[in-house]
Design a protein around this ligand. Structure first.
Ligand SMILES: Nc1nc2c(ncn2[C@@H]2O[C@H](COP(=O)(O)OP(=O)(O)OP(=O)(O)O)[C@@H](O)[C@H]2O)c(=O)[nH]1
Ligand code: SF4
Ligand SMILES: [Mg+2]
Length: 406
């Protein structure tokens, strides 16, 4: 599987006080001019995100951030933005100048530890400020991984040593490259993919989750056949053997359930993503809660990125309509888009999350856990749509049979 997919890259956060040299460090590490550098504290305000190839780590997303000690008027807002990055990153680097290591660093490290994010303490600017021996001993006794460097040196040896240390801190690569079709496809099997080409389909291409599935079928030695929902009856005409699995876009569930034999194993792209990204059991429990919603209960629809809404938009139009049809009573729906989790979650009796195709595993798991910790059932588009079509159990059966832990 290629790492050209954003969700399959390591996400690395760079933190530290203002003026510690975070932006200089990112430019040094990448040998590129990514962030603006200046001698004035508070130069970086919003997080700067940059995707680059950083061998041997592969493709990574680096985040330069505002200083966590920023005490200006906008400091709190900047800190909030910096803190949001913690939900996305797989590893952190905490920059320190010389012996300027104190409560701000310890507080930040505590947050990283709470979120189980591995981290590296980087003593920067050692050409100007040397960390004292006592501090180095303290860091060692705490078993923190650390390195000393100067972001103005051109020493490749130290750059490579730093990348080595990051490699040791990161989980196994399988963690982000978990296959979508694990346990579901054997060599020679035929997999049918159902992709509606309607108004909401992008012109001239198929979307990322579908591309990923096709690529995995090829990697697993299977055969893939891509059709539109109205072509399903033609399968009987052309095929002498039943396909091993049918994977559909969730929006075509109703047609697919109607037109296929009950013993044809099927699931959806978004259910596969839900299994791959984590939190599957919680999302499944959430789907089973939909039928318990009462008149006027509130449902929050969460989309992880904003897009231009279409006339029959799934989050804004179709889901609210399907919910009311399924429940035969009126529930209220609100929609939010973007990385931020709204602070008023407690107002809702259910959250329905999008397929999260643009998020990495860590962010998906963090988002689901944050909602679940508030005692609010959470599900996703694919599982919710299968439930509202009355076929949830059929749509998850191939995954349960594959016995792959989720
Ligand atoms: N001598 C020396 N100067 C450095 C080093 N790293 C950064 N600097 C200088 O320190 C100053 C601050 O660097 P920045 O990279 O802008 O610091 P920052 O942490 O991004 O600062 P904010 O964005 O304001 O939080 C600049 O003048 C840099 O040239 C280093 O390793 N050695
Ligand atoms: S499924 Fe979610 S993350 Fe993917 S494009 Fe839609 S809104 Fe964005
Ligand atoms: Mg900066």
């Amino acid at each position: 599987m290629t790492t050209n997919v954003k969700s399959m890259r390591w996400h690395i956060g760079i933190f530290g006080r203002t003026n510690v040299g975070k932006s200089t460090f990112i430019n040094w590490l990448t040998n590129q001019s990514i962030s603006i550098v200046s001698e004035h504290p508070g130069t970086t305000t919003d997080p700067v995100e940059k995707t680059i190839e950083l061998l041997p780590l592969g493709s990574v997303v680096l985040y330069d951030t505002a200083g966590y000690n920023d005490e200006t008027v906008l400091g709190n807002k900047r800190l909030e933005k910096t803190s949001q990055i913690l939900d996305r990153i797989d590893v952190a680097m905490v920059l320190v100048n010389g012996s300027q290591y104190g409560k701000p660093e310890e507080d930040w490290i505590l947050q990283l530890q709470k979120k189980q994010i591995p981290f590296l303490v980087v003593f920067n600017q050692i050409d100007r400020y040397k960390p004292d021996q006592e501090l180095l001993k303290e860091i060692e006794e705490k078993h923190y991984s650390s390195i000393q460097l100067s972001s103005i040196s051109s020493d490749d040896f130290i750059r490579n040593a730093l990348k080595e240390k990051l490699m040791h801190l990161l989980p196994d690569r399988d963690w982000i490259e978990k296959p979508l079709l694990e346990g579901l496809v054997r060599p020679g099997e035929l997999i049918v993919l159902v992709i509606p080409i309607d108004k909401s389909a992008p012109k001239g291409r198929i979307i990322l989750p579908q591309q990923q599935v096709i690529r995995e079928v090829i990697d697993l030695g299977g055969l893939s056949l891509t059709i539109t929902p109205d072509q399903i009856p033609m399968l009987d005409v052309y095929l002498s053997r039943k396909p091993s699995l049918l994977i559909t876009d969730s929006q075509a569930f109703e047609t697919v359930f109607r037109l296929t034999a009950k013993d044809l194993p099927l699931t959806s792209f978004s259910i596969l993503f839900a299994r791959q990204r984590g939190g599957f059991d919680l999302l499944l429990q959430g789907a089973r809660q939909i039928r318990r919603l009462k008149e006027n209960d509130k449902v929050l629809i969460m989309e992880a990125c904003s897009h231009h809404p279409t006339t029959d938009d799934i989050g804004r139009v179709k889901l609210p309509r399907w919910l009311n049809q399924f429940l035969q009573r009126k529930v209220q729906t609100d929609i939010v888009a973007g990385h931020t989790i709204p602070p008023n979650l407690e107002e809702y009796q259910l959250v329905i999350h999008c397929g999260s195709c643009m998020l990495n595993r860590r962010e998906v798991i963090n988002r689901i856990s944050r909602i679940h910790e508030k005692g609010i059932p959470v599900t996703n588009y694919g599982l919710a749509i299968a439930e509202m079509n009355g076929h949830l159990e059929r749509a998850i059966e191939p995954l349960q049979r594959s016995m792959v832990t989720v």
